[in-house]
Write a protein that binds this ligand. Structure first.
Ligand code: PHB
Length: 362
């Protein structure tokens, strides 16, 4: 019987076990450039089968929060290198999540105070974190169709930068109400033309991005993350038919030979069966996808063991438990107690609550 602790080959990447560290925003970059502390942090967590490094903007226009890292400039590539080296030196594998926030941003974070860009010019009912603290997001500008090839090119270039920085691959962030989901959902995308209307049209940008990234670095080094039932407190209402939209997306991704598909089950960081959300058949999507299937969202040790043993997933991603337990894999294996999370140290700041969580003693 396969267990959480058994190795697995996903596309071109060989993992020592089936436990992934989920991508986690920690806001510890400086001017979009990773810092040496980040190499220590990720290196400490290298016993994960796979680390998915935090969401990182693919261009200056893709940023939505203060002090998140980028993966588009030579300076950033050079600064990510110690991170990937630290993980590889410890025998781990690490990919980076490619991020465009779309309308979840504020002009003060963007070049020349530009408006955020999206599928729509409707403002999201949410806030973001800037130099002035939490502020409502800015009204976005709907991208023109003729701007979308440039956007796809930005993803491609970021994927190239990721490989140059030593990452084993990338995860295309198509979840959590950011840009690619702003195109996917009919609750947000009200466009006409090739990128609006039908499900195929709304999925077009995501599929073009995955195609371009796969061409650039290899499908076997490319993963995709989806969150069919996430609303983030209602700031991004669900599609009118999530099963149809995400079923179509998975069906289109299925033949590409991707490294993995990463499914957030339920409301990100919240219930796996959100109140009021339609029933959703994740198993049907899984059956349609021949590659490695990764699940995430508040799973316990028992949930993770069961998911892999029963075959409902190939890989289990843990988020917050990995923040407070650098040796989470060992703790899960030994059923050891977990360190408590210091929730006030999640976003921004220094080493405290970042690189100072204790390892188990021998
Ligand atoms: C966040 O910065 O709050 C954040 C980033 C990426 C996500 C979700 C939340 O996917």
């Amino acid at each position: 019987m396969t267990t959480l602790f058994d190795p697995i080959q996903i596309g071109d990447i060989a993992l020592a076990n089936r436990i992934a560290m989920a991508p986690l925003t920690r806001n510890r970059a400086t001017n979009s450039v990773p810092t040496p502390m980040m190499a220590e942090y990720y290196g400490q967590r290298a016993t994960a089968g796979l680390i998915i490094a935090e969401a990182s903007q693919i261009s200056p226009m893709a940023q939505g929060y203060l002090d998140t890292p980028g993966i588009y400039s030579p300076e950033q590539v050079a600064a990510w290198r110690p991170v990937t080296d630290a993980v590889h030196a410890a025998g781990g594998r690490i990919v980076i999540q490619l991020w465009h926030v779309g309308r979840i941003s504020h002009s003060s974070l963007l070049p020349e105070g530009a408006a955020p860009v999206s599928s729509t010019n409707q403002v999201a009912n949410t806030q973001t974190y800037t130099r002035d603290g939490f502020v409502p997001v800015s009204a976005p500008r709907a991208l023109r169709d003729d701007e979308l090839p440039g956007l796809v090119a930005d993803y491609r270039q970021a994927a190239r930068c990721a490989i140059e920085a030593g990452f084993d691959g990338v995860e295309v962030h198509a979840a959590n109400t950011y840009l690619l989901e702003q195109f996917l959902r009919d609750s947000i995308n009200e466009r006409s033309g090739p990128y609006g209307g039908s499900i195929a049209n709304r999925a077009r940008l995501l599929l073009e991005v995955v195609q371009a990234v796969s061409e650039e670095i290899g499908a076997g080094r490319t993963g995709v993350r989806l969150s069919p039932l996430t609303t983030f407190g209602g700031s991004a209402p669900l599609d009118s038919n999530p099963q149809a939209v995400y079923g179509y997306v998975v069906e289109q991704l299925a033949p590409l030979g991707l490294a993995y598909l990463h499914m957030i089950e339920g409301e990100t960081g919240g219930p796996r069966k959100p109140e009021g959300a339609p029933a959703f058949d994740y198993a049907a999507l899984r059956r349609a996808f021949p590659g490695a299937w990764m699940v995430n969202n508040g799973l316990s040790r028992a949930d993770g063991l069961d998911a892999v043993a029963s075959g409902t997933a190939d890989i289990v991603a843990y988020g917050r438990p990995f923040i407070s337990n650098p040796d989470l894999v060992r703790r899960l294996k030994e059923d050891a107690p977990l360190n408590a999370l210091r929730a006030d140290k999640l976003y921004g700041g220094g080493a405290e609550g970042y690189t100072d969580y204790p390892f188990l003693k021998d």
